[in-house]
Ligand binder design. Structure first.
Ligand SMILES: Cc1ncc(COP(=O)(O)O)c(C=O)c1O
Length: 394
């Protein structure tokens, strides 16, 4: 098999990755199936599956998993996540999904009657319902209409941030239905200036779009591990900006959210002092096997470098964009700075095209009137060319 664009080099230039070897070693099923549905569920690399199975083998006889090993593993999880997004481990709380972090933000940020939470229309519901639920406290959710293309209208969002009642901007880093990547630095600067909180649903971006919360400060960022992080269901995290941590009191608390609970010989010496770091947001007990798996996947992604992954994904779009231009098919996704690894097209017979792809063992998604192709770093230009060949005759 010939594979173009094979060698990925990390932005730091300290590692290379051969896509053909990656496929053979970590995703052996790619020889039979073209999987372009990472925006729905990312596959587990072989190394992650092996770690999960080994962990569960020990779990069957739990004396093989002493507390100190479990807690050392969670320390590693926070460290790896922090490295991925430019945060410090103290700012990372482990969580079971994205909704957890978004609900935490909705419930713990100091909001009052009359305040407005701003988001873009067509956001994924995980970033809508927790805010809608604040209605009974007199807090309004304002859905700012998208642009004609269906993307978040950043100019309008910025305009609305001038209203002092707007206390939160809650937005996805990458839109689930078209791959639009927000200009986080711009939104960050605007919220820093207005004093509104910036809350980010990052699940469609982290792992495929470079992100550095030092460069583009955000207040709360929520992310599940199940998509671009190639991690088990049940893994994820919430980032809370360091200075904000002491101000947020979680509505739901785990018993290890409090100081002094690391000493299991003195657990009934109750002290209601919440931890000073983001562990105050963790709902221990967590699905530890999932974090064992996540650690392995994160090491693989970090070893490649997210910048290199992003670059590779852009090269994968070329055949689809070329075909769409030639056949006058609408591309629902942006190109250029606001693009991500997700590319969506809307041919006239979407249902027929989707069925043809499925029949040819190409797995992708259909979302909001478009066919969503979401390749990851193990996909190849040849696979995308095959997609085009199928779309051409469907
Ligand atoms: C933007 C976005 N947010 C959140 C989720 C999922 O949220 P959770 O991790 O809570 O299931 C998805 C996809 O399922 C998504 O596309």
């Amino acid at each position: 098999m010939t594979i173009r664009g094979e060698v990925l080099r990390s932005a730091q230039g300290d590692s290379t990755l051969d896509v053909a070897s990656l496929r053979a070693a970590e995703f052996p099923w790619t020889s039979e199936t073209t999987y372009l549905n990472n925006a729905s569920v990312g596959p587990l690399p072989e190394r992650t599956r092996v770690v999960l199975e080994a962990f569960n083998r020990k779990r069957a006889a739990p004396f093989q998993l002493p507390d100190r090993d479990i807690f050392a593993m969670t320390v590693e999880s926070r460290r790896l996540v922090a490295e991925l997004i430019g945060a410090s481990p103290e700012e990372i709380g482990l969580a079971i999904n994205t909704g957890f972090g978004l609900s935490l933000a909705a419930r713990a940020l100091p909001l009052r009657r009359g305040d407005i939470v701003l988001t873009s229309d067509r956001e994924f519901p995980a970033n809508v319902y927790p805010w809608m639920m604040l209605k009974d406290r007199g807090i309004e959710l304002e859905l700012v209409p998208t642009t004609a293309e269906g993307w978040p209208d950043e100019d309008r969002l910025l305009e609305r941030l001038r209203d002092p009642r707007v206390r939160v901007l809650a937005i996805s880093l990458v839109q689930f239905s078209n791959g639009y990547t927000v200009d986080l630095e711009r939104l960050s600067a605007a919220t820093r200036a207005s004093g509104a909180y910036l809350v980010v649903d990052a699940i469609q971006g982290v792992g495929q779009v470079p992100l550095d919360v030092k460069q583009a400060p955000v207040d709360v960022l929520a992310c599940g591990g199940q998509k671009w992080l190639l991690s088990p269901w049940g893994s994820g995290f919430v980032y809370v900006r360091r200075d904000l941590i002491p101000e947020l009191r979680p509505a739901i608390t785990g018993w290890m959210a409090f100081e002094g609970t690391d000493d299991f010989t003195r657990l009934t010496h109750y002290d209601d002092t919440l931890r000073g770091n983001a562990r105050r947001f963790e709902l221990i007990t967590l699905p530890y096997q999932d974090f064992a798996g996540m650690n392995e996947s994160l090491k693989l992604l970090l070893g490649t470098g997210v910048s290199a992954i992003a670059e590779h994904l852009r090269t994968l779009h070329a055949p689809v964009l070329e075909w769409a231009a030639r056949r006058n098919v609408r591309v629902v996704s942006p190109v250029g700075d606001r693009a991500s690894g997700i590319i969506c097209v809307a041919p006239s017979d979407i249902g027929g095209a989707f069925r043809a792809l499925k029949a040819a063992r190409v797995i992708c998604g259909m979302r909001e009137g478009g066919i969503r192709l979401s390749p990851h770093f193990y996909n190849t230009v040849e696979e995308m060319e095959r997609v085009v060949d199928i779309l051409e005759v469907s």
